[in-house]
Design a protein around this ligand. Structure first.
Ligand code: ADP
Length: 283
């Protein structure tokens, strides 16, 4: 019996030493985080799946942040290099000008400076890049932009949990991640993977936004939960993170987004927009 106790003690001491060694090696192996010049806080908006409303939420979150705190300056970085949608959502077009020291000057609309790969390549040109080219594009978008002075930079991440997401989370200090999901199981599975990835790289998950939860027929007002109900709320509970808001599936959100007039500025007082503003206020 005594032998087992002694072995157990040695084992615990050994495993503690091993854990400490692994921690030191991890710390040595990880890239050193370097802040983005002029930016105080970076908030990333992520989703497991594409098409769940991540970019729509990102722009409205950025606009909501300035609406809630008018004295704060907010910018948007579109890190979705394969499918940049910020130019359309923010109604912006054109090539960024350069400063004397060759930094790109973001394009601005609604008071929000934005940078996107969409400003640098042709609209219709498919971005068929291999991993290394994508990483080098991300590095340029992170380091070669003159943001001036920003309180918040909202980063619209590409969907998923791949190299780009990891590299952004490890190379710059990220204040927190907002995860967007529909209430559907298949989207929630990936949202959960996203949340776990951020936890692993020590990025605080600020909360989950449930998007497209309920559709209300404009004629008879009957409500339908097309993608299920409350899945993201339950996932937030399971993960122990905040549930930031429940945004309905609404024609106005789609139409205004397509026109480049985000709903937080074009229809701030409509009922479908208040959950968006509420989610910003609870950040
Ligand atoms: P992601 O960035 O996750 O790929 P997007 O933000 O581009 O998704 O949204 C995908 C499509 O869904 C867009 O056409 C957008 O206008 C629409 N959309 C997003 N959220 C809503 C919503 N709550 N109601 C209606 N349409 C929405």
């Amino acid at each position: 019996m005594l032998l087992w106790v002694m072995l157990a003690c040695v084992g615990t001491a050994d495993s503690k030493a091993l854990q400490e060694r692994q921690r030191q090696q991890m710390a040595r192996g990880l890239p050193k985080q370097k802040p983005i010049t002029g930016v105080k806080q970076v908030i990333v908006v992520a989703s497991g799946k594409g098409g769940v409303g991540k970019s729509t939420t990102a722009v409205n979150l950025a606009l909501g942040l300035t609406a809630v705190n008018p004295s704060k300056s907010v910018g948007v970085l579109d890190a979705d290099v394969h499918g940049p949608s910020i130019p359309k959502l923010m109604n912006l077009k054109g090539n960024p000008e350069l400063t004397d020291n060759n930094l790109m000057i973001p394009l601005t609309n609604y008071g929000i400076p934005c940078m996107s790969m969409g400003f640098l390549v042709d609209d219709a040109a498919p971005i068929v890049w291999r991993g290394l080219m994508v990483m080098s594009a991300i590095e340029k978008l992170l380091r070669q932009v003159n943001w001036g002075s920003l309180d918040y930079l909202v980063v619209d991440m590409p969907p998923g949990t791949g190299d780009v997401q990891l590299s952004i989370s490890q190379n710059i200090p990220v204040a927190g991640a907002v995860i967007v999901s529909t209430p559907q199981d298949i989207a929630l599975l990936d949202a959960r993977r996203g949340a776990e990835m951020f936890k692993k790289v020590n990025v605080p998950v600020l909360g989950l936004v449930q998007n497209m939860s309920v559709f209300q027929c404009p004629n008879c007002h009957h409500q339908t939960h097309i993608f299920g109900s409350d899945g993201a709320r339950r996932l937030a509970e399971t993960l122990g993170v905040h549930f930031l808001g429940d945004i309905p599936l609404h024609l106005n959100i789609r139409e205004m987004s397509d026109r480049g007039q985000p709903v937080v500025v074009s229809s701030p007082d409509s009922p479908e927009v208040s959950p968006l503003v509420h989610s910003v206020a609870s950040l």
